[in-house]
Design a protein around this ligand. Structure first.
Ligand code: FMN
Length: 335
């Protein structure tokens, strides 16, 4: 896999979404995980327990790559400690018009405007119900269908939670994608409280207190410190178990001046902002709210900084695109 830079140059000559779909079509094949296991060394074992869940290492695949939970064995074979599937919406939907993924290799960044294309909660739940590696926890990232009015959004999150509850290990409420109109308004303190009240009451109706599965809230990087503080207080008061920080940014200033693109920017230009959000959220919660750090992590040094900022777990998406299948190894192994 030191071959990856060569493979990447070939892959990067093609449309990003075509390559993404091709990669998943290969990785979902049962032979893929076996081949990966035979050619990759096992990832270092660095166990952590977060929100009561045991992880064999703290590096996860961020939401959006395997939206439909089709390649879980392959991610385990690459050494990821966990995978967040989704964003899953109650009903299947196609997402926004293509092209909707753009690469910026010089900045090691991506801009996407996907808009939650996914197979819907029923299909994803059925895939998660199939036998899978019990040592690799799965998070389900939940969203609302595009056609659901924002004032009814909580019902969509509750419906997804209900359908996926038995088959995922934790849940992340995605209220921070820039590609679903109005979604980020759910980050207002009052809206977060109302959303969490609905979703946690759904959880309580599904489970005994002893078996409660954690519910995290995924937030944007485009928040000032005051807003981060308000979100932390609202999330804590309303019973959230943790945060995922952060989603993509609407700030495209790191990109060269060109035709403006709709969508969220991910990758290395996001790192400093995500670190700041993690640090601030950590301080505002006095360390009481576990944080999954996400945004711009691609190298060991970034990973270490994310942990120092206060993250208990770290996720990657764009770093995987640029670094390839050994990213978990690279982040975990000091060298
Ligand atoms: C093409 C693409 C699709 C994404 N889809 C989702 C999604 O469906 N739900 C979500 O919560 N985040 C989604 N994300 C955001 C990532 O999970 C992550 O929060 C963000 O990209 C920052 O991490 P990174 O810099 O490691 O990519 C997506 C990102 C990309 C690049």
């Amino acid at each position: 896999m030191t071959m990856y830079p060569l493979l990447r140059s070939a892959l990067f000559t093609q449309d990003p979404e075509v390559i993404h779909d091709l990669a998943l079509a290969c990785l979902r094949h049962p032979v893929a995980a076996r081949v990966l296991r035979s050619i990759l060394p096992p990832a270092p074992f660095c166990p952590v327990t977060v929100c009561g869940i045991q992880f064999r290492n703290p590096v996860g695949l961020a939401a959006g790559f395997d939206k439909n939970a089709v390649a879980l064995d392959a991610w385990a074979a690459m050494g990821f400690g966990f995978v967040e599937v989704g964003t899953v919406t109650p009903l299947p939907q196609h997402g926004n018009p293509k092209p909707r993924i753009h690469r910026f290799p010089a900045q090691r960044a991506i801009v996407n405007s996907m808009g939650f294309p996914n197979d819907g909660s029923d299909a994803v739940a059925r895939r998660l119900e199939a036998p899978r590696d019990p040592a690799m926890p799965i998070g389900a990232n939940l969203g609302k269908n595009r056609g659901t009015p924002i004032e009814d959004a909580a019902e969509d999150y509750a419906a997804c939670l209900r359908r996926l509850y038995a088959s995922a290990d934790y849940f992340a409420l995605n209220i921070s994608s820039p590609n679903t109109p109005g979604l980020r308004h759910l980050q207002d303190a009052g809206a977060i409280r109302a959303l969490l009240a609905r979703v946690t009451s759904e959880r309580d109706s599904l489970t005994a207190a002893a078996a409660r599965k954690p519910i995290l809230v995924k937030i944007a990087p485009d928040l000032d410190d005051e807003q981060i503080g308000q979100i932390v207080s609202a999330a804590q008061d309303a019973g959230a178990d943790g945060l995922v920080a952060t989603n993509t940014t609407t700030d495209h200033s790191a990109l060269p001046n060109r035709i403006p693109l709709a969508g969220g920017l991910s990758g290395e230009p996001l790192l400093e902002r995500s670190l700041h959000v993690v640090r601030t959220a950590r301080a505002r919660s006095d360390g009481a709210l576990p944080i999954v750090g996400c945004g711009g992590v691609a190298r060991r040094e970034h990973f270490e900084r994310m942990i120092e900022a206060g993250a208990s777990l770290v996720q990657v998406y764009t770093g995987f695109v640029y670094e390839g299948p050994l990213i978990a190894h690279k982040l975990l192994r000091a060298s």
